[in-house]
Design a protein around this ligand. Structure first.
Ligand code: 5GP
Ligand code: ZN
Length: 119
């Protein structure tokens, strides 16, 4: 896998590359976690692949392990944030109907209050 595959116009690639500053809460060779700029829950973080993959719909079988790494990183950060016990939500939007606005694979880690299905 090539974690360095980037899109020069992508906001998340710029955050991962340090071009746009953000508070990085977790990083490893494949995953970076930072706060959503427009949080809709008390804890609202983005679990982002270093590799620029435009959406879940464009993932290949070769990225199976990457999905697992996203989930494990999310759970680790949820524990660090103190929300793993009471519960949290991990959401991946894919494509226009889901409301995806940033075309770089990411999961929303949300918690810190009782969530409704529509947030
Ligand atoms: P999507 O709808 O694509 O799943 O969600 C993209 C998320 O990225 C949104 O919740 C939005 O607030 C967040 N976002 C957009 N631009 C930036 C940015 O420049 N920095 C950070 N930290 N989050 C961003
Ligand atoms: Zn990107």
């Amino acid at each position: 896998m090539c974690p360095e595959k980037k899109d020069k116009d992508c906001v998340f690639c710029k955050i991962i590359g340090g071009e746009i500053p953000s508070k990085i809460l977790y990083r490893d060779e494949d995953i970076v976690v930072f706060p959503d700029i427009n949080p809709i829950t008390p804890v609202h973080l983005l679990v982002v692949t270093r590799k620029h993959i435009p959406s879940l719909a464009q993932m290949s079988d070769a990225e199976t392990a990457l999905v697992g790494k996203m989930v494990i990183a999310a759970n680790r950060v949820a524990r660090e944030q103190g929300i793993a016990g009471k519960g949290y939500r991990l959401t991946i939007n894919s494509g226009a109907d889901s409301g995806q606005i940033v075309p770089h694979l990411h999961a929303h880690l949300m918690g810190g209050r009782q969530l409704r299905w529509d947030h």
